[in-house]
Design a protein around this ligand. Structure first.
Ligand SMILES: [Zn+2]
Length: 327
């Protein structure tokens, strides 16, 4: 399949023309063409024309567990914080089965402490943990409304979350809950006592490798190279995951044993983090080279990128979104 920007443009253009949607969106005066590409107004009513609330841009990165936003979106977070944005990480679960020896309660408590430490390194507004047990995020009305309330409280301009074909059930479920909130976030009478959003957020999906129902589409690429050392600093805060549980889960605990702690061998630990957990960024820089060249003409391809797909469940993107993420 052709996943270049040109290929995607052709595909979306054909779909829009076939459905007559593009013409309708234009008739409504919507800015449905951005950077030469047409965005179909799939989630009515299209609200891109409603201005954002003044103040710094607010970005919410919603993952399944207390390390997903860090691993997948961390460099983008660092970039946005440096630009003056307010960035919030969310973990739907408390991470309580993420250890091979500690009890679930011990693991959840330790992971909360570690995320607080990481939040300081990232410069986050906060790192929220919704507190579902691991593998226990329910796809229920109550869970959907909890997620919606949290989104409405923060009033994000952009949300990043998982696609619903991700490998982990918690990733799939929280991604589904966010998508399922998308339209109703703007409905004043949906949830008693909550604040409906006048302007719905743009929803972006984090990268994954799934092929069914189709491959991830790299609509927006972010150069991760300038922020990878910050990414290492933050991941170093999550000792229980990156130097205990995940190495044990992968069967590479012997490699960790030789590393020593943060005070004596930060270079070795950072090399270890990059080797195993920055792989996705390296792979994406390679598999999305064509997309990079279209999005950043003349700019060398970085070693690592973070990639996002625009969801049709949020508002359509506007130029300001591209400028924020890619500028
Ligand atoms: Zn996870």
């Amino acid at each position: 399949m052709d996943f270049s920007r040109r290929g995607f443009l052709a595909a979306t253009g054909l779909v829009a023309a076939a459905l007559g949607i593009n013409r309708k969106a234009k008739a409504a005066g919507e800015p449905n063409k951005v950077r030469g590409r047409t965005y179909v107004a799939a989630c009515p009513p299209v609200t891109s024309t409603i201005p954002r609330t003044p103040g710094p841009q607010r970005i919410m990165m919603i993952g399944g567990h207390p390390d997903d936003a860090d691993i997948i979106c961390g460099c983008t977070a660092a970039k946005l914080v440096a630009k003056g944005c307010r960035v919030k990480f969310v973990a739907a679960c408390n991470g309580d089965i993420g250890h091979q020896t500690m009890t679930r309660a011990e693991t959840a408590a330790r992971r909360r402490r570690e995320t607080l430490e990481a939040a300081k390194v990232w410069g986050l507004d906060s790192y929220d943990i919704y507190g579902f047990g691991d593998a226990r995020v329910p796809n229920t009305i109550e869970a959907r409304e909890l997620v919606a309330r949290k989104i409405q409280e923060f009033e994000p301009d952009i949300i990043m979350t998982h696609r619903d074909c991700d490998y982990h059930v918690d990733h799939r479920t929280i991604g589904t809950l966010v998508k399922d909130c998308g339209y109703m976030l703007g409905c004043p009478h949906w949830i008693d006592g909550s604040k409906a959003l006048r302007r719905r957020p743009l929803i972006l999906f984090m990268t994954d490798l799934f092929t069914v129902p189709r491959l991830f589409r790299p609509d927006i690429l972010v150069d991760a190279d300038p922020y990878i050392e910050k990414w290492c600093d933050a991941l170093n805060c999550q000792q229980s995951q990156f130097f205990e549980w995940l190495p044990w889960d992968k069967g590479i605990e012997d490699e960790v044993a030789a590393l020593g702690d943060r005070t004596v061998n930060i270079a070795g630990r950072n090399a270890f983090l990059k080797k195993y957990w920055a792989k996705r960024k390296v792979n994406d820089a390679v598999r999305f080279t064509d997309a990079w060249r279209e999005q950043y003409p003349g700019r060398p391809v970085p070693k690592m990128v973070e990639a996002y797909e625009i969801s049709e469940y949020g508002r359509p993107p506007i130029e300001e979104d591209f400028e924020l993420l890619m500028g």
